[in-house]
Ligand binder design. Sequence first.
Ligand code: URA
Length: 234
Amino acid sequence: MRLQKYIAEAQIASRRKAEEMILAGRVSVNGKIITELGTKVESDSDVVRVDDKEIHICEKLVYIMLNKPEGCVTTVKDQFNRKSVMDYVSDVKERIYPVGRLDYDTSGLLIMTNDGELTYRLTHPKHNVVKTYIAHVDRKPDERDMEKFRKGIVIDGRKTAEAEIKIIKEGKLTELEIKIREGRNRQVRKMCAAINCNVVKLKRIATGKLELGELEKGKYRYLDEKEILYLKSL
Ligand code: URA
C-alpha cells in the first residue's frame, strides 16, 4: 500500500497530513528517509518510522461465524491444494483464521477471527466449553451404549470426559444430538465408533450458547457485540 495510506491506517495522521510528513522528511522505510509520495510499502515486512518511532497498522478485530461445508479443510494452507475454509471468507479484508478445527467431512459452526488472544483461550486444552453436534449414524445405539458414551469411553488409549447423547430421530439413519466438552482429534466419530455406530454425517450446531441457527452452508456472518462479549467471557 502507499506510504501515506499506511501512516493514515496506523492512525498517526490523516492522509493529507501524512503526505506533509513524508515531504518534510519525517518518514523512513527500512531505515531510509523517503520523501516521495506514493512509495509502496509492504505492511507485513517493511519497517516504517515517523520521527524515528516505529509505527504499525492496528487491524480491526473481527469475529465471524462460518457454516463450514463438508469437503474443505480447516487449515489455512493445504499440502494437497484442497478447498479450504479460507475460500469462503475471501472477501473479508482482515487476515482472519479459524478457531480450532472441523474435519474435512464435518460441516457447521466455525468461528474465525484475527483476535489471537481469544483464539488462544478458546483452543487451550483446559478450555471446556460445550460443543453441540448433530450426528447421523448407521445404527441406533441402545440405552447401554448411550450410558457408556455419557460416562466417557476410551479412545486413542485415553478416556473421554463425560458427554451427552440423545436420539433426535430414528429412520434409516439415526440422528443423534451429542455434546462434548473436549476437542480431541475426530472425537465424535471415534466416540460413536466405540459404541459401534458409524458416523455418516456430522455437523456442529453450537459452541456454548453460540448457535449456528439458519446460516446457510458456505456462508458467514459477523458476530454481534453480545456474541463477542459472550465468547470473551468463556
Ligand atoms: N468430532 C469429530 O469427529 N469431527 C469434528 O470435525 C469435530 C468433532
